[in-house]
Design a protein around this ligand. Structure first.
Ligand code: TYM
Length: 338
């Protein structure tokens, strides 16, 4: 079993990233069987597909490395690195570019959402983004990729690319790439914005009130929860009562995920209660979960040398795993390497 996943180091790590992905990474790391391995990386190469500030990206990469470790990713157990220190990602992306089809990329909802009506004005990197993402996981022969719901389509594309490449350039007995399985958490696969229950919680939302950042202090968390959009009705006692109430459903989902319960169990406790009672309870659970993370995060950020060392060591380990697959890919394509 080889687990691989990544996160863009742009902006703050927020509750959606944590409940939708990182918490699963930590669980998979801690439950890893003998001989298995986890690789977690900062997708800094992906981050240049959108307009960006170089100084911010540099700072964001170190902060995100610290945030992952603060959340429980242990560099002694998992390989932690950033893409830019492992050039094999960009190399494999180019090699897969001969296999990926324009039509497949055109269908990606993230591309459609981010490009909007202005496709001609977007960077080439935004369009080919999912090919790099495929390279990220195929490079390591990943078997499992823990992600939130929004990344599932990109993983399906990675499978399609792997399958076509194996069909076109390898034999059935000796495929070049393993087909990766996306692992999406049943609870909290899609945490929504606190301001709009139809939008996912996101680093790129201009309103900071729309998300809980993992580095927010207790006062900020309580304020954001208090101001979170809701409706005037009390909570129902059954899940179907939340059908047309996306904001209420989101808050209940967050509570359920944080307490390892389900929407049903939360409604058993809070059914009939108004938000005046539920919100402070949710705020408290959030503060309790985030406190140890943000304390560790602040401590780690103060030791720049230690962070650099974690990333350098992780990159060396990653390169070692990546090279054989990359060589096999060159070979299968008939590229002469001497
Ligand atoms: P990114 O950086 O947007 O998000 C990192 C992880 O957090 C999950 N996530 C969420 N889950 C639930 N609710 C939300 N509101 C929410 N927002 C984000 C994402 O699904 C993701 O798992 N393209 C990827 C990074 C990437 C990657 C990869 C992932 C690059 N290469 C290879 C897996 C494998 C991205 O931008 O995720």
């Amino acid at each position: 079993m080889r687990v691989v996943s990544g996160i863009q180091p742009t902006g703050n790590l927020h509750l959606g990233n944590y409940l939708g992905a990182i918490r699963n990474w930590v669980r998979m790391q801690d439950e890893m069987e003998e001989g298995g391995q986890c690789l977690f990386f900062l997708a800094d190469l992906h981050a240049i597909s959108m307009p960006h500030e170089p100084a911010e990206l540099r700072k964001g990469t170190l902060e995100m490395a610290a945030a992952l470790v603060a959340c429980g990713i242990d560099p002694a157990k998992s390989v932690v690195f950033n893409q830019a220190q492992v050039p094999q990602h960009a190399e494999l992306q180019w090699l897969l570019g001969g296999t990926a089809r324009m039509g497949w990329l055109n269908r990606m909802t993230q591309w459609k959402d981010k490009a909007g009506k202005n496709r001609e004005g977007q960077s080439v990197a935004l369009f080919t983004y999912p090919v790099l993402q495929a390279a990220d996981v195929l490079l390591y022969q990943a078997t499992h990729v823990p992600v939130g719901e929004d990344q599932k389509q990109h993983l399906e594309l990675a499978r399609d690319i792997a399958q076509k490449f194996n069909n076109d350039f390898a034999s059935e007995e000796a495929p070049v790439f393993t087909l990766p399985d996306p692992i999406v958490p049943p609870q909290a696969a899609r945490i929504m914005s606190l301001r709009d229950g139809a939008k996912k919680m996101s680093k790129s939302d201009p309103s900071d009130m729309s998300r809980i950042n993992l580095a927010d202090d207790a006062d900020e968390v309580m304020k954001k929860v208090k101001k979170a959009k809701t409706d005037p009705e009390p909570l129902p006692s059954e899940e179907k009562g939340l059908e047309d109430r996306p904001e209420a459903l989101n808050l209940v989902t967050i509570y359920a995920a944080l307490t390892d319960g389900s929407v049903e169990t939360v409604l058993k406790d809070f059914g009939g209660e108004g938000f005046g009672k539920f919100k402070p309870a949710l705020g408290e659970v959030l503060v309790e979960t985030l406190r140890p993370i943000s304390e560790r995060f602040t401590g780690l950020l103060e030791d720049r040398e230690a962070l650099d060392a974690i990333l350098a060591r992780g990159a060396a380990q990653a390169r070692e795993i990546a090279v054989p697959t990359l060589e096999k890919t060159y070979e299968a394509l008939g590229l002469v390497r001497g």
